[in-house]
Design a protein around this ligand. Sequence first.
Ligand SMILES: C[S@@+](CC[C@H](N)C(=O)[O-])C[C@H]1O[C@@H](n2cnc3c(N)ncnc32)[C@H](O)[C@@H]1O
Length: 239
Amino acid sequence: MISSVVYSSQTGVHASLAETVEKHCRSEWKQPIREHTRQAFEGFRAVLGDSALNGFILDTGCGTGQSTVQLAKQFPHSLVVGIDQSGERLGRGIVSIAQKNELLKQPVVMGNCVLLRAEVADFWRLLKINKLTPEKIFIFYPNPWPKSAHLLRRWHAHPVFPTLMGFGVPIELRSNWRIYLQEFALAVEIITANQPQLELMKREELAGAFCTPFEKKYYASGHSLWRLQTDKQSLSPRT
Ligand SMILES: C[S@@+](CC[C@H](N)C(=O)[O-])C[C@H]1O[C@@H](n2cnc3c(N)ncnc32)[C@H](O)[C@@H]1O
């Protein structure tokens, strides 16, 4: 299926981005954490507690979890946790029907790979509250929210962004909308002492080695696909 390129009235970084990020840094986000994600978090803690692995890696908004399975092979000494709020999408084509039903209630564990249904912003906050830090965070093809008015729904302009940056760990983000990554890079620079790297992924490297179903679909539709990587981050004195 051909997918159309992201359309936005924005031709560059949103004019209110810097002000928005700075505002989030000054004020604590107080929205109550939702109960279903608390329960999912307890399930995650039980799996983590039983694991003899070194640490954990997050695949944020993992969709079906295809990328989580791949990352688990790539990082065999870590628990790789795929999180998505969509019970319909999570585990599709990856787990059995019985496990898919189980996913609605608790994490499904396959070796060092875990799939978990939860809301990610709340999950990040619970990690922080419980002083648990992932080794690395992947965010593959987040919903772009390209309407200017939806700026606050993009991860880098969301009130949870300072929490995400507070982990201080490397992040890899991919998108078919370059402006999303340019904005994310600017938001990282505002909060940390870090300048992320932004690159166009080479089509010949991607071909046949798709990380996620969305990557495959966008590639087949001829989109340019971008990757942004941050190093370990330290918070800047401004925050
Ligand atoms: C465009 S899809 C990309 C899925 C997958 N990463 C891929 O590339 O195939 C975005 C995914 O993020 C999930 N998502 C969006 N907001 C979320 C949130 N707040 N918490 C958990 N998952 C979320 C959606 O359910 C969806 O599966």
